[in-house]
Design a protein around this ligand. Structure first.
Ligand SMILES: [Zn+2]
Length: 290
C-alpha cells in the first residue's frame, strides 16, 4: 500500500515482545497466528538469545547453550505461526534466579537502554498493538519481569508519539487454569517417559507460577485459538532444546493439549478497560467478519 509506512500512516498489526525464544509460543502463538491469518502484520521482538536454556551438565557444568540453536528455533516458530522473521535485541539470557546472571545479560543491562532499543523497533515497525508478559512474568524469571517492565515503558513512550501504538496487552495465566495445567503437565510427563524428578528450579518455578497467576476477574481478553491450535503446537515443537523429550504431535495427548493450550489470556492495560469489560479478540487489529 503506497504510503503505508510514511509518517502519517496509521499503526497496523501486532508486535509481541518476549524475553526468550519459546515464551512467545507458550503465551501468544495462537493470537499471532490468528492475527496473521486475518492479514495483520505480526512480529516477535525477542530480547535475549536464550543461551541459559540448557539443563545443568548438558554443556560442561553450566546451563549455557549455543545461542544460535535458540535463535534458529524461534525462526522456525515464526514460520509455523505464519508471521515475519523474528527480531532480536541480542542480550544474554540471565538464567534462573540464583544462577548468577552473566555479563551482557538482560538483568544486568541498563533499563533505559533496553527501553530505547525497544522504542527504535516500535518506531520502525509501527504496530497498533503490543503484547508482553504481565509484571510477574508468569513465574517470576528475572528476564520475564524486566521484559514486562521495559516493554510496558517503551509502549507508553511510543503511544504518546504521533502514529504510535494504540493498545497494550499483558499475557497472563488465570488462577482457574492452574489445577488443570498441573494435571495435564503431569500426564504429559508420564506419557513422555520423563522420569527425572523435578529439580529445585522446577519446584521454585511451580510455586511462583501458582502465586503469580492472576484472579480470573482481572482477565479482559480470552482468545479461543482452536482453529490455529496445530500452528501453536508446531511452533512449540520448534523449541526442541527446551522440550526435554516432550512430543506435541502424539494424537493420544491431543485432548490434554486442547485443555492446556486451547485459549490464550490477556489483560488489556491500555486503553484501560471498563469495569467488567470482556473481549474475545484484542482491539485495534483487523479481524474481518469475526
Ligand atoms: Zn522465558
Amino acid at each position: 500500500m503506497p504510503g503505508s509506512t510514511g509518517p502519517d500512516a496509521s499503526p497496523r498489526g501486532l508486535l509481541s515482545i518476549f524475553p526468550h525464544p519459546d515464551d512467545e509460543s507458550y503465551g501468544a502463538a495462537g493470537l499471532m497466528a490468528l492475527a496473521a491469518a486475518a492479514d495483520n502484520p505480526v512480529w516477535v521482538l525477542c530480547v535475549t538469545n536464550g543461551d541459559q536454556g540448557g539443563r545443568p551438565g548438558e554443556i560442561g557444568v553450566d546451563h549455557s547453550l549455543d545461542p544460535e540453536i535458540r535463535l534458529e528455533e524461534l525462526r522456525c516458530a515464526c514460520r509455523e505461526m505464519g508471521i515475519a522473521e523474528p527480531i532480536f535485541l541480542g542480550y544474554r539470557d540471565s538464567g534462573m534466579e540464583g544462577w548468577g546472571a552473566p555479563e551482557g545479560s538482560l538483568s544486568k543491562a541498563d533499563s533505559e537502554e533496553v527501553v530505547e532499543r525497544m522504542l527504535e523497533v516500535i518506531r520502525r515497525l509501527r504496530p497498533a498493538v503490543i503484547v508482553t508478559f504481565d509484571p510477574g512474568g508468569i513465574y517470576g524469571h528475572p528476564d520475564h519481569v524486566k521484559c514486562s517492565a521495559t516493554a510496558t515503558e517503551a509502549y507508553r513512550r511510543a503511544a504518546a508519539e504521533p502514529g504510535g501504538p494504540v493498545a497494550l496487552y499483558h499475557q497472563v495465566m488465570p488462577r482457574s487454569r492452574i489445577a488443570g495445567m498441573r494435571a495435564a503437565m503431569e500426564e504429559e510427563r508420564r506419557r513422555s517417559g520423563d522420569t527425572t524428578p523435578p529439580s529445585e528450579d522446577d519446584l521454585r518455578q511451580q510455586e511462583a507460577f501458582e502465586r503469580l497467576a492472576r484472579p480470573d476477574e482481572e482477565i479482559t481478553t480470552i482468545v479461543e485459538i482452536g482453529e490455529v491450535l496445530d500452528r501453536k503446537l508446531a511452533a512449540l515443537a520448534c523449541h526442541d532444546s527446551q522440550m526435554r523429550g516432550r512430543r506435541w504431535d502424539d494424537p493420544e495427548v491431543r485432548a490434554g493439549l486442547e485443555q492446556m493450550f486451547g485459549r490464550e489470556t490477556f489483560v488489556r492495560v491500555d486503553p484501560a478497560p471498563q469495569a467488567g469489560e470482556r473481549e474475545k479478540l484484542p482491539m485495534a487489529l483487523e479481524w474481518g467478519g469475526r
